[in-house]
Design a binder for this molecule. Structure first.
Ligand SMILES: Nc1nc2c(ncn2[C@@H]2O[C@H](COP(=O)(O)OP(=O)(O)OP(=O)(O)O)[C@@H](O)[C@H]2O)c(=O)[nH]1
Ligand SMILES: [Mg+2]
Length: 221
């Protein structure tokens, strides 16, 4: 959800990478960080699997005359961590869905995308989704035409190879453009309301988010 940063007053937008396990979410966030000479933080990884989230802060552009601060987060893909995943998705202003284009990951990705769309439909306002067709370097990768046929024409698709950083920055820029256009068009950002909300519940930092998600895991899973 769009928020005001309690210290800087900048507008904070949440960009969330979702997708099945091993689809390339962490790889995408790390490649994006490299594009901006930053490094992403990974909150706990075991055997190469994200246990909580990846986190990256970026800045750029303005909305309602405020500089925009992007909080880039990736979810843990594993099914057993779905409560953590849902909680992170609940904060999203835009979701980049990392679709695994390998023959083994494609069917599961379509299923997960359906779940994501259902989940986002229940929100009080629609949340834009960009589909990042990842692993397009694999010789057996499902091609964009077939992916388009299966997911429908209403979602934008962008081809990427996260391990080589190809397409990652462009997909990110496209997704935040979609998000900002939508927020502007629908006049969804009301600075007065955001200022009130910021006073009531300030934005959790990475450590606080980690703690919130650990509690959910202990009590819920
Ligand atoms: N060939 C190829 N491999 C990729 C690509 N993107 C990611 N991978 C590989 O896929 C594996 C999983 O990547 P991750 O980024 O860790 O996947 P994830 O989606 O974060 O996985 P979870 O944290 O378990 O949800 C790693 O071995 C990556 O190197 C790609 O574009 N092409
Ligand atoms: Mg990961």
């Amino acid at each position: 959800m769009a928020m005001l940063h309690p210290e800087t007053g900048n507008l904070v937008l949440h960009v969330v990478y979702d997708g099945i396990p091993r689809s390339g979410k962490t790889e995408s966030v790390r490649a994006l960080a490299r594009c901006f000479d930053r490094s992403a933080q990974t909150f706990e990884e075991r055997d190469g699997r994200t246990l909580y989230f990846d986190w990256l802060d970026l800045e750029g552009g303005r909305l309602l005359d405020r500089p925009i601060h992007y909080r880039v987060l990736s979810v843990p893909g594993q099914k057993v961590l779905s409560r953590r995943r849902s909680m992170i998705i609940a904060a999203a202003d835009v979701v980049i869905f990392v679709l695994d284009s390998s023959t083994t990951g494609f069917a599961g990705s379509l299923e997960r995308l359906t779940t994501l769309r259902r989940q986002l439909k229940s929100r009080h306002r629609p949340i834009p989704i960009l589909v990042q067709a990842n692993k397009q370097d694999l010789p057996e990768a499902v091609d964009l035409g077939k992916i388009r046929d299966r997911i429908g024409a209403d979602l934008q698709i962008f081809s990427t190879i996260a391990t080589e950083g190809r397409g990652i920055r462009e997909a990110f820029v496209l997704s935040v453009g979609m998000c900002i256009r939508y927020l502007r068009k629908e006049s969804l950002v009301d600075l007065d309301r955001l200022a009130r909300d910021t006073g009531e519940s300030s934005l959790p930092n990475a450590k606080q988010l980690l703690s919130i998600l650990s509690d959910i895991h202990h009590h819920g899973d």
